[in-house]
Design a protein around this ligand. Sequence first.
Ligand code: RNT
Ligand code: ZN
Length: 421
Amino acid sequence: MTQSSRQVAQAYKFAAARYHEIGVDTDAVLRKLSTIPISLHCWQGDDVGGFENSGEGLSGGIAVTGNYPGKARTADELRSDLQKAMSLIPGKHRLNLHAFYGEFGGRKVDRDEIEPKHFKVWIDWAKANKIGMDFNPTCFSHPKAADGFTLSHTDKGIRQFWIDHCIASREIGAVMGRLLGSTTVTNVWIPDGYKDTPANRIAPRQRLADSLDKVFAKKINPKHQLDAVECKLFGIGSESYVVGSHEFYLGYAIKNQKVLCLDAGHFHPTEGIADKISSVLLYVPEVLLHVSRGVRWDSDHVVVLDDALQSIAAEVVRNNLLGRTRIGLDFFDASINRIAAWVIGTRNTLKSILLALLEPPGVRSAEQAGDLTARLALMEESKSLPWGAIWDQYCVISGVPVAQSWLNEVRKYESEVLSQR
Ligand code: RNT
Ligand code: ZN
């Protein structure tokens, strides 16, 4: 044992005893935490660029700002960066891939022509690393999405193109899930919407519902692949109207029993997603979380350990909904080291789940007994319990750096690898 892991073990002993007094078994909590995968989004590594080399810039009303050096330019670089990030995050996680990260061997393969073989290297990599994968059709950054409409486009040919792309994506998701022995969630998000006030709000929604019905027409074994749909309130260039709004997808997901994706940045700026989880899970089979952080708008800032994040984790854990909640990340920051961004955001998401798992059972029993004074008192006191010592121990037993020491690893990688790009 090194000096520091001895210190961590000592602190853990005292902290575990504190938690034991209030009815929390910290060893059991850490075992539980180690079974919860976070789906790391590949797109943090290259500013949502993809590898089609089509010359198209990022579109769809999302934006990445910053020009920190060293972004991944190839799939090999992205895998190497992801591997570095994952080595600094405790636990076993997943990879969430977008369709335009396929490997096309320099050939022009349009979105409606993608096949599982274009994702073979990714799947082999995931298999070698013993991780599951999730998938997304890419309905933006493409000439046929240039006017801001895809599945709800007025042009039948363009709609069909995106329907075919989404169908191909589901097939790829199914192959991923089958080969990796772990269900792939394929999440459909489209940017469709208007900058200014529409004169007809219903027709695009009717077209979207119809396109989605076509996309999902074929039954796919849910053991291999699950469909998710992601709503949004507004984007850059779709400020006045988004076709796939919350009400639209909530209705669609309930009617068709799809997974509902809740992105933390896709509602009014002060509206959180935490309180939605226990409601929507009464009616849809599962939710997919896009853990993100909006700052004044859907800015996709790196996730910090703030109240919004802690409330999301607390809701999932308190209501015993972990089994029906898939946790994915969705942020992209190019103003700081991109690997550090993954590490910070993922470690914070895990910390929020740890905090939720460590909540003293007295909080709930106080509420049940109608003792609302004790509920508030215990909730507040639990904030200063020594949970940091439990987290540090989790890092030690998971074989990843404790506290900020992971940053040294990122700096080393930056000087040896990123700076050579
Ligand atoms: C966009 C959505 C969507 C994307 C990714 C790249 O507002 O949040 O999830 O961020 O698909
Ligand atoms: Zn999202």
